[in-house]
Design a protein around this ligand. Sequence first.
Ligand code: DX5
Ligand code: ZN
Length: 215
Amino acid sequence: MIQIAPSLLAADILHMADEVRKVETAGSDLLHVDIMDGHFVPNLSFGPHLVAALKKITTLPLDVHLMLTNPLQYIDSFAQSGADIITVHAECQDDVETCFDKIRAHGLRCGIVLSPDTQPEAYFPLIDKADMTLVMSVYPGFGGQSFIPESLEKIKTIRSHTGADYQIEIDGGVSTQNIERIIAAGANVIVAGSGIFQSVDPRKTIEQMKQGRTG
Ligand code: DX5
Ligand code: ZN
């Protein structure tokens, strides 16, 4: 079962409610919300305020990707705002397992994120503890970048370690042009920003992505 998570970083922020409705009715399974601190990544984006506002207008689970040097101190705030899944980077400066404990204490699901230069093997114990592993297929910080092909091997490595049911999410540069290879490698949660929001037919794009069909 392939799940599609449009990244709101690519949405028209002045029409956020309409954008959410658009991808909701087009068949999305989750909403991916990118949080940047201007330190872990050279960009700023959204905060708990947006998550709380989204929670009022959608029933889709909110997948909150924390690109923060110190995510631990913000977990309570995102949990209280309505996050359903919170992911933290392997490269952050807090203890990832302590972050997981805090996320789980709110009854939420937790994930570990691997940036492009981070290899999965050293993180197998944390990958095993997480509900999901997010493989970054671009350097975090900006939408609209090109997919890094080496990410496919990383997905395969994680998939053979975890088995079939585990959730492996891919994020960055995903489109109907490369979806077939991504799904064949073993990803089952697909984040796409520009690939969905810039599509002239988001419903068709989401359908193709779920089927792993190159468009
Ligand atoms: C990048 C973010 C991604 C980004 C993906 O730091 O984590 O979620 O929005 O955008 P696209 O799909 O346009 O590469
Ligand atoms: Zn993301």
